[in-house]
Design a protein around this ligand. Structure first.
Ligand code: SF4
Length: 220
């Protein structure tokens, strides 16, 4: 199946229109720092827990480097408790805020893509996936973040070799999809992973890609 067909089939299955991807990107571009904080919160937890943590934090602080640089780290910890690893994540968020005041994040995002990726990855608590999410969502840098869902689904579908590490999986996916489809591809593979292609007992019988999947019937 071609990458375009795969995207079109998943968009149809999940009833997501092109305009929804455009609107999402526009909303994320408005506050790159919030995307960064949300991605840190999402590490090693479910979406539900990281959304709760972000919403709690929003109730007491504006999600800007300036506001969080002055925040009490204990208050950040309490707000983000639902996300787990809350002490570690609170320290990371506070340090990122201190390091990114005065428009520094926007300056990083205006660099050429690979340089921006390297600078982001050099910040404590920012790994390649977090850097790629921020770059894909908020800048015009074509990259393909590989989260746990994307990695699992891509391997099952045969888009990525079974033993691929993060950088290898990213490279395979960037070669498979066209740059203008990276955002769609990333979000649709996550949706497929959450809805059908779960880690255990995937719902192959109702999966929209069951007719082309080499791993149909896999149990875990
Ligand atoms: S057929 Fe099963 S293993 Fe293949 S993508 Fe669908 S849910 Fe995943």
């Amino acid at each position: 199946m071609s990458p375009k067909e795969l995207i079109s089939r998943l968009q149809k299955a999940f009833e997501i229109r092109d305009e929804e991807f455009i609107a999402l990107k526009a909303s994320k571009t408005k506050n790159p720092f919030e995307v960064l904080v949300a991605t840190v919160l999402s590490q090693n937890t479910t979406d539900k827990n990281s959304f709760r943590a972000l919403n709690n934090l929003k109730k007491i602080y504006k999600i800007t480097p300036e506001a969080l640089a002055k925040a009490d780290v204990k208050e950040i910890e309490q707000a983000i408790r639902p996300a787990g690893l809350y002490r570690q994540k609170a320290r990371v968020i506070k340090e990122l805020a201190v390091n990114l005041t005065n428009g520094k994040l926007n300056k990083i995002l205006s660099m050429d893509g690979e340089s921006a990726r390297e600078v982001l990855k050099s910040l404590r608590g920012v790994g390649p996936k977090t850097a790629d999410v921020v770059l894909l969502m908020t800048a015009n840098y074509p990259t393909f973040p590989v989260d746990t869902h994307v990695m699992r689904v891509s391997k099952r579908l045969g888009l990525v070799p079974e033993d691929a590490n993060y950088e290898e999986a990213r490279r395979f996916l960037m070669e498979f999809f066209s740059p203008e489809d990276y955002l769609k591809g990333h979000l649709l593979l996550i949706k497929l992973g959450r809805t059908y292609c779960k880690a255990r007992n995937p719902k192959c019988e109702s999966c929209p890609l069951s007719d082309i999947c080499p791993k149909i019937g896999v149990r875990e």
